[in-house]
Design a binder for this molecule. Sequence first.
Ligand SMILES: [Zn+2]
Length: 334
Amino acid sequence: MQVFTVIDGRVECGALLHSHTLSNGMVIPVIAVGEEGRGRKQAMIPVANVPRSDDAPGRLLYADLGSTKSGGPKLIARQEPGGDTEAIVVFRTGIGYRGGNSHTGDRAGWACRRWGCKAEGDGQYPATCPDCGHDVTIRFAPFPGRILATGIIAQGNAGRMGSGEQIVAVVPRGVVFRTGYSGRLYGRPAAHYYLFDGEQLLAATWEERMATDILPLPYARPEPVNDVTIADILALAAKLPAGLPDTGAIDKLQHERGELQAALTTGDMPGAFTEVADVAYYAAKAIHEAANAAGLTVEQALAVCAAKYGLRAQPGNPKDDAAERAAVLAVLGE
Ligand SMILES: [Zn+2]
C-alpha cells in the first residue's frame, strides 16, 4: 500500500518515521500521531523492515499491514506499493481555536436542526428547512476507513481549551472521506475532502468540488440558475444606493471586468464568481441606462437588439444599415 500524510487538506507522500525508545532500551521506528501530555495522547504504530540508515529514520513510502505479537497493528515497510485498492493515511488533523475536529465520510444529505421536526433529505442541503424554516445540519457518512491508531491533540492546560483526534487509517480506493474542524478557524476552510484514486490522494474543499471535477460529488450538482431575468437584476438595482438609471454603469462594467481578470489570475475561483456577478449586474444596468437615455424600456432594448443582430447573424454576416434601421423601427411599431 502507498502511505500518505494529510494535514488539513495538504497531502504529502509517505509518513515521517520517528525513533521510539522501548523500556528495554531498544530503539524502534514508529509512525506517531497525537501529542504527549495531560488531556492528550500519543499513539504509535511500530514499523518493521525499515532499511538501516545512519541518520534520521526517514520516511515510510509503502507498507503492508501486519500485527504485533500482542495483536496490535504493525506496518511492514516495502520498496514498492504492492497493491492499489487501499492506502495507509496518517491524519495530522488540526483543530480550530477552542474547537475540535472530526474524521467522517462524504456528505450524506441533511436534517432539520429543530427539535421535533423530522424533515431530512439525501441531496444538497436547502437554505432552510422546507417544513419549518429552521436551520438545517449537513449529515456525513461514517468514516469509510479502518482506524489503526487514535491519538489526541489539545490546547491549553490539560487540554481544556479544545481537543481533537489524529488517526492512522487504511482507506479504500474510490471512496471520499473528510476531515472537519470546529472552533475559530480565522478564515481557513471548515473541512477538506479526500479521495484515493489508486495512484494519488486527492484533496479539495467543498467549494472546489462544486466548481470543478477534482472529486466526484455525492449527489447531482444543483441545476444552474437560468431563470433569472434582467428585470430581476434591475429590481435589485433599484433598491441599491446608485439607483436607476445608473449613468456610471458602463464605466463600472469595465472596472469589474478588470477585477474579474485579477481574480482569475490569482486562481481565486469563489472571488472570480463574485466578480462575474458584478459584471452581470453592471451589464444589466448598462442596458437599462442606454434604453432609458433613448426613451425605451429594457424589453424594447432587447427587442431592437434581437431585430438588428438577427440580420447580422444571417449567412455572410451582412451589414446593411438601411435594413437595420427598418428592422428596429418595425419591432418598436413605428
Ligand atoms: Zn424543520
